[in-house]
Design a protein around this ligand. Structure first.
Ligand SMILES: Cc1ncc(COP(=O)(O)O)c(C=O)c1O
Ligand SMILES: N[C@@H](CCOP(=O)(O)O)C(=O)O
Length: 491
């Protein structure tokens, strides 16, 4: 103990001599703070275990510093936290700690993800963290949409897409790239980080890697993602392969490649990602002052996120921050609906499908890697799976936009699920409901242009609002305006 204190004092002294106490940036400040005033030593830890393994009988586990994505039997892995160490502190302690970090610029806690560091990667040094202060996204009261289209008064949209790279993937990627940063400092064989992507994972991976100076490699299905999403990894300096296949084909290839080359796999098959994504669920509870909503609706593709949300809610219950969890709804595009079909078969037999083209292009996935995680999350949360046709999801997106949002088609899928469940009475008028918006609408402007130009085959585009062309003279402009105003409701 004496020796430790002496070492800390010596380092603090050296830092002071070299101007360390005049910390020039927030990372230095955090380092200085830790040296002069070391954080309370605790036993928090986490490791990989086989997903769904019985903790009483299974002994298989791996350090998070190992490069491993699958269990011995080829199944999924899960990050397991030492809950007994976390339980040494009551729920009120965790609530107060997390609340105290919101809205600050303290490294790394200014991030919505790292403000929950003890529950995410407890062992990582703050120095190794690669963060854009992601998270802490807006929980938007959808007052007008709820009232006008659903007769609801307690509807909320969690805007996870209003984020550094425009989607919820930032939440997971800060964790994965931080761990890669640590592994590289430990001289582990990681030459670069790679993913298959429908656009958002690659955007997040390339941005976080670029910020840490780590090479990123992305496999994209040729001509199946939006231009905005394609340009993101290109601009961030990733090595981009445009491959003549679909997402499932790219996923198969990246799995093969990462088992041959020292390229670290960044898709959500890697359970580290979900540790970051789960913080969005914790954040929702925090934003409601630790009151639990009745329903949370999430669009699903590769199906990591539905499990991440379940895990975040479950940890809050397990550790005494709340006393129940919400019911989860996973929403899929009807053109890429393997989970929906499985659910409708009463979980009889899972069959991968060939995913057809959908405006919700980021969830055009037929063989989701996290199918087992999703089923677990849905069973444990008394969950439901719904689907949306192309016309339903595009109408829902246009309806939401007409009330002041600017959502992506995937959020349109989730809103369609909500409309169906409201109509059937499963979700009540006063049920507090959160729809998770997963990406920024600006990534998907082409689909909005097509819709508002009435330019989609076999779609009525009922809420299209095309611009009116008018001659550049006062009379013509007045005529058009008078016609418009005569149809506008008067208050
Ligand atoms: C915008 C968007 N929404 C939803 C999803 C679905 O998330 P998950 O693959 O975790 O089910 C994805 C990616 O798959 C996405 O990019
Ligand atoms: N929508 C995703 C598809 C891959 O999902 P992941 O969570 O497994 O990386 C994307 O944007 O690429």
């Amino acid at each position: 103990m004496m020796k430790t204190i002496t070492t800390y004092s010596l380092i603090a002294f050296i830092l002071r001599r070299h101007g360390g106490n005049k910390s020039s940036n927030i990372r230095d400040k955090a380092r200085h703070q830790n040296l002069t005033n070391p954080p309370q030593i605790n036993n928090f830890s986490a490791k990989y275990v086989p997903f769904g393994a019985d903790p009483d009988t299974s002994t298989e586990s791996y350090s998070l510093d190992e490069i491993v994505y699958r269990s011995q039997s080829g199944g999924l892995l899960d990050v397991q936290h030492d809950l007994s160490a976390l339980k040494a502190f009551p729920g009120s302690y965790w609530r107060a700690l997390f609340d105290s970090r919101v809205g600050k610029r303290t490294w790394p806690y200014g991030s919505g993800v790292w403000s929950k560091k003890e529950w995410v990667l407890p062992d990582i040094s703050s120095d190794d963290i690669v963060s854009a202060f992601e998270g802490n996204t807006n929980l938007f009261w959808a007052e007008r949409f709820g009232k006008q289209f659903l007769g609801m008064n307690d509807l909320w949209v969690k805007h996870c897409g209003i984020s550094h790279t425009g989607s919820f993937k930032d939440l997971g990627m800060t964790v994965l790239v931080s761990q890669v940063n640590r592994l590289r400092k430990m001289n582990k064989p990681v030459v670069g980080v790679g993913c298959a992507s429908t656009g958002d994972t690659s955007a997040a991976l390339s941005a976080y890697c670029a910020s840490a100076g780590i090479p990123s490699i992305v496999f994209l299905p040729a001509n199946k993602i939006s231009i905005a999403q394609l340009v993101q990894p290109i601009a961030n300096g990733a090595f981009v392969l445009s491959i003549d296949t679909d997402f499932d084909g790219c996923m198969k290839l990246i799995r093969e490649v990462t088992s041959e080359l020292p390229i670290y796999l960044a898709n959500s098959l890697n359970s580290l990602r979900l540790e970051g994504q789960k913080t969005a669920a914790i954040e929702i509870l925090q934003q409601f002052d630790w009151e639990v909503p009745e329903w949370v609706i999430i669009p699903g593709g590769n199906l990591g996120n539905i499990y991440a949300f379940y895990k975040g809610f479950h940890m809050c219950k397990e550790l005494g921050l709340v006393d129940k969890i919400p019911r989860l709804v996973c929403a899929q595009a009807a053109n890429a609906n393997p989970l929906y079909l499985y659910y409708k078969s009463a979980w009889d037999e899972f069959k991968a499908v060939k995913a057809n083209s959908t405006f919700a292009s980021a969830i055009q996935i037929g063989d989701p890697v996290s199918i087992d995680r999703a089923v677990y999350a849905l069973k444990k949360s008394d969950g439901i799976v719904e689907e949306a046709t192309e016309e339903e999801l595009m109408d829902a997106m246009a309806m939401a936009d007409s009330t002041g949002m600017f959502i992506c088609p995937h959020t349109g899928v989730a809103l369609t699920a909500l409309m169906k469940l409201r109509k059937s009475g499963v979700i009540g008028a006063t049920d507090r409901t959160v729809v998770v918006s997963t990406a920024h609408g600006l990534k998907f402007t082409q689909s909005k242009i097509d819709y508002h130009s009435n330019n989609i085959k076999e779609m009525a585009c009922r809420y299209a609002n095309p611009p009116v062309s008018v001659a550049a003279d006062f009379g013509s402009v007045m005529d058009v305006l008078k016609k418009y105003l005569s149809k506008t409701p008067k208050y």
